[in-house]
Design a protein around this ligand. Structure first.
Ligand SMILES: [Fe+2]
Length: 379
């Protein structure tokens, strides 16, 4: 018999723990970082191809200090007291450019770190309405780190990420860092066709973040944009009958896969992983808007549904959000950009698309907010 064109083969190599984890469930680690994937020598000194890091005091270190579980706290909501005309936030030379018809804006002529109390309140409301706002020419990266943290803590107590690296002495800063000449992106695409990982940050916490800040320290000249989706608009697109069916449902959000993935790549877990049940539709405490609150990174199942039923519904919602380019914005980074989003009514994804080995380095300020809740269904 002639040999078959496609022959069966016997696997002699077993996948690594990391590959197994990637294939186990929806949790996907496109931006996995650890001390061993950080080239400190190149970051601190640079070489003929790459400049040294612009902000070396922001380089990540993985300090294995353990933190206790979070206790419930009463969240503040600065946006509740805000003047909806934004006279303090958008004073003087402030210029607002809408990014799309329903999500996102770019603002110039405002220095966030100089806002007065009323301006900070207005910022919370403005961001809740726009969902995501890129503020250009900001000084956050040049402030003493503690001052940037103090600014953010007006909105709530900082989250300490269980697995990410942090600047030495500042565990409340979450860093997104990819060293110059890093090859993990190339390695990642050996196994995956895209790097899109829609999620809301740390939704497994009982009180996940609300108004959230991410600022650029160093980045590629092109690429590394961030995608945002308006989850309130995603909810509004559903029929009243479908919205009614979602009302009252809860879903389990889990931090266990993220922790297991961190351990599998030789990284740290600073707080015992937790799972929490949150409403599938949550209500924003200031705008009253309802928004979908599920994401493939951390949501695992619908409470009370059988597995196939849960998978079916979640897949529909994930596809709905991922395909909704008409309620998404792609935000570009520039030196001095601070992107502020309301983590309660958006989801986002990093984009791993640059190939020139540029360093990408950002810092996140992550104030925690209220426990998600849903108001009655009004049709
Ligand atoms: Fe994120």
């Amino acid at each position: 018999m002639a040999p078959a064109l496609v022959e069966t083969t016997t696997l002699v190599e077993y996948p690594s723990d990391r590959q197994l984890l990637q294939e186990n469930g929806d949790h996907k680690e496109a931006f996995a970082q650890a001390a061993r994937s950080t080239n400190y020598e190149l970051e601190l000194k640079g070489d003929e191809k790459h400049a040294a890091a612009k902000y070396p005091h922001y380089l990540p270190y993985w300090d294995d200090t353990k933190y206790p579980p979070y206790e419930p706290f009463e969240a503040v909501e600065p946006g509740k007291d805000a003047d909806p005309a934004f006279p303090n936030l958008l004073a003087g030379d402030a210029n607002v450019q809408e990014l799309t018809g329903n999500i996102g804006a770019t603002v110039t002529g405002v220095q966030l770190s100089k806002l007065n109390k009323a301006g900070k309140d207005e910022l919370a409301l403005f961001v809740a309405q726009k969902k995501v706002v890129a503020f250009r020419n900001q000084d956050f990266a040049d402030l003493p780190i503690q001052e940037a943290l103090d600014f953010a803590e007006y909105y709530g107590p900082s989250h300490i990420h269980p697995a990410s690296g942090a600047p030495k002495g500042f565990p409340k800063i979450h860093l997104v860092h990819r060293s110059a000449a890093d090859t993990t992106a190339r390695d990642f695409f050996e196994h995956q066709t895209n790097s899109i990982t829609w999620h809301t940050d740390v939704s497994y916490e009982m009180q996940p973040p609300g108004t959230t800040f991410l600022y650029l320290l160093d980045g590629p000249t092109a690429g590394g944009d961030t995608l945002f989706a308006n989850q309130a608009e995603a909810y509004k697109r559903l029929s009243p009958e479908f919205q009614k069916r979602l009302h009252g449902l809860k879903a389990v959000h889990s931090g266990h896969e993220q922790a297991a993935s961190a351990l599998a790549r030789g990284s740290i877990v600073r707080r015992e992983p937790v799972s929490n049940e949150h409403p599938v539709v949550r209500t924003h405490p200031v705008t009253g808007e309802k928004a979908l609150y599920v994401n493939p990174q951390f949501t695992r199942r619908i409470v009370g549904f059988k597995k196939e039923e849960s998978d079916y519904l979640l897949k529909f919602l994930y596809d709905h959000i991922a395909l909704g380019a008409d309620f998404q914005a792609r935000v570009k980074w520039e030196a001095g950009t601070v992107i502020v989003w309301d983590n309660r009514v958006t989801s986002h994804s990093a984009i791993l698309d640059w190939k020139d080995g540029s360093r990408r380095h950002l810092a996140r300020l992550t104030p925690r907010a209220e426990r998600p809740f849903e108001t009655p269904f009004e049709g």
